[in-house]
Design a protein around this ligand. Structure first.
Ligand code: BG6
Length: 299
């Protein structure tokens, strides 16, 4: 469908419009009474979300690429069907570089807007051992709500995969950020060669490269940002893993699509089912992961 056809079918005057975004990639522009958001069909990626009386919630790199075959650096990449590196394949799965199909847009009674996208068929999908469908509903309103539903289309085989909503948050200054909700949780420390450790701190502070996969954790996480005077609650359901990532100085410099100083302005707190928490879905069944981002002013 070209942009004109998409506009005709999916626009909701005053609430949802379709336009060419960066790199001329098709993008939904959502404007509700509380917030605005940009959602690309490329990767089904929510690139920006901002409440009207607040700074941006999501970090989007100024160096991000907006090109076919490349992931957008920032917002909420949808990581599926594998997380991290994979032999002979791109990192973090193919879903983030596919152009998702727009299935529906709708207005909620409360003034919110919902956009539903579907992962398209592709050679990579066809190669996956068990056929599956992925549908992603994004609700923009007072909060940003993300629901990823995976369905096992096989009648005989189990479906096994990893998924992660790789959320990049914008922060005032990384040194003023504390992350609560993970004390006592076991994690893989990807910076220390994937050693298994247990979080002993009440709050996590970031002063060097951090790349941790927290496991068997279903609880909410709170990001407190003393500089922006904002608390972000990452509320999740159907997710057993939380990943915390900041590339710090050297990695930031090494990434072509990330500014050298941008590590100071972001942190990723990702909700997913990865590693030993990977999803196993019985034949014909489905599983939904929901993430809701709720912000509050703090003093
Ligand atoms: C995080 C991983 O989720 O994503 C990190 O834990 C990785 O190891 C980061 O570096 C970014 O990945 P990518 O593929 O988008 O550069």
């Amino acid at each position: 469908m070209n942009i004109k056809e998409l506009q005709k079918r999916f626009e909701i005057p005053g609430l949802v419009s379709l336009t060419d975004g960066s790199g001329d990639l098709p993008m939904l522009w959502v404007d509700t009474q509380w917030s605005v958001a940009e959602i690309y069909l490329h990767g089904a990626q929510v690139a920006t979300f901002q409440k009207k009386n607040e700074p941006a919630l999501l970090f989007l790199s100024e160096e991000s690429r907006f090109e076919e075959g490349q992931a957008i650096r920032g917002g909420v990449p949808v990581i599926l069907p594998w997380f991290g590196a994979r032999d002979g394949d791109m990192a973090h799965g193919f879903a983030r570089v596919k152009d998702w199909e727009l299935k529906a847009t709708s207005a909620g009674k409360d003034g919110s807007a919902q956009v539903v996208l579907r992962l398209p068929d592709s050679p990579e999908m066809a190669k996956w051992p068990t056929p599956f469908a992925a549908e992603y509903a994004v609700t923009v309103g007072k909060t940003l709500k993300l629901e990823l539903r995976i369905e096992n289309l096989s009648k005989e085989r189990e479906l096994v995969l990893e998924e992660c909503l790789h959320t990049y948050f914008e922060v005032g200054e990384i040194g003023s950020v504390s992350i609560a909700g993970l004390k006592g949780v076991e994690y893989l420390d990807k910076v220390g060669g994937s050693a298994k450790k247990t979080e002993t701190n009440e709050v996590i502070r970031i002063a060097s490269e951090v790349d941790r996969v927290y496991m068997d954790t279903t609880g909410d996480v709170e990001i407190r940002d003393a500089k922006l005077k904002r608390s972000i609650r990452v509320k999740k359901e159907g997710s057993q893993s939380t990943v915390v990532w900041n590339p710090w100085i050297e990695k930031a410099k090494a990434m072509a699509d990330f500014g050298d100083e941008e590590y100071l302005k972001m942190v990723c707190v990702e909700s997913g089912n990865v590693g030993r928490n990977k999803l196993t879905i019985a034949p014909g069944k489905n599983a939904t992961m929901t993430v809701e981002l709720v912000t509050e002013k703090i003093s």
